[in-house]
Design a protein around this ligand. Structure first.
Ligand SMILES: [Zn+2]
Ligand SMILES: [Zn+2]
Length: 179
C-alpha cells in the first residue's frame, strides 16, 4: 500500500497547465507518475523536463516549450523588430552612421548639384535619405557610385526596386518620372 505525498509544486501554477500530482508512492517496480506541462503558446503537453522546457532566469521551467521559444526568437530578430534589423544592417555595413550620412550627404550634394532629391527633384532638408540606386540586397554596392540623395517619400516608395523598375512603377500609375 502507498502513502499519500504532498503536492508537487513547480512555482506558479495554473490549473490545466501544470499537472500536479497528489500521488501515491508506487510499489516497487511501478513507474513514478511524471509531471507534464502544457505550453502556453502551442498548447502541446510535454513531460516537464529540460528536454522540452528551458529554464527561466529564476531557475524554474519556462511556460513556453523549447520549440516555441526557438521559433519566437528567430522570428523576433527579423520581423516586427526594427532595432534588431537595424543592428543586422549596421553590421553588414549597408546603413549609415550619423557621421557617414553627413559626409556622404555633403559629397553627393556637391557631386549632384545641391540638396535635391534624385527622384522627385524636391529640395531636401536635414531629413534627407541616402538611397542605394541598386539595392544592396540585389547586388548594389555600398559606395558613392551607387548612392543618391533622396527625400523620405521617394526613398520609401522606391524601396527594393532598382531605378528602371521604379521608373516603370511610377509610369504604370500615371505619376511623374523626373529621373
Ligand atoms: Zn510550444
Ligand atoms: Zn523625392
Amino acid at each position: 500500500m502507498g502513502r499519500r505525498c504532498g503536492r508537487v509544486d513547480y512555482g506558479r501554477t495554473r490549473l490545466a497547465e501544470t499537472t500536479l500530482f497528489t500521488h501515491t508512492v508506487p510499489e516497487k517496480g511501478k513507474s513514478l507518475p511524471r509531471a507534464t506541462r502544457t505550453c502556453r503558446h502551442c498548447d502541446k503537453t510535454y513531460p516537464l523536463n529540460k528536454t522540452y522546457f528551458g529554464h527561466n532566469p529564476q531557475g524554474g521551467f519556462r511556460w513556453k516549450c523549447r520549440e516555441c521559444v526557438r521559433r519566437y526568437v528567430s522570428n523576433h530578430n527579423y520581423r516586427g523588430n526594427p532595432r534588431a534589423i537595424e543592428r543586422t544592417e549596421l553590421r553588414r555595413g549597408t546603413i549609415f552612421t550619423m557621421a557617414e550620412k553627413r559626409d556622404y550627404g555633403i559629397a553627393l550634394a556637391v557631386r549632384d548639384g545641391g540638396w535635391i532629391c534624385f527622384y522627385c527633384k524636391a529640395e531636401l532638408d536635414s531629413g534627407y535619405h541616402i538611397d542605394h540606386k541598386l539595392p544592396v540586397a540585389r547586388g548594389g554596392s555600398h559606395s558613392m557610385k551607387n548612392f543618391a540623395l533622396a527625400c523620405m517619400p521617394c526613398n520609401q516608395e522606391k524601396h527594393a526596386k532598382d531605378i528602371d523598375e521604379y521608373r516603370e512603377w511610377r509610369r504604370d500609375r500615371g505619376l511623374s518620372v523626373l529621373f
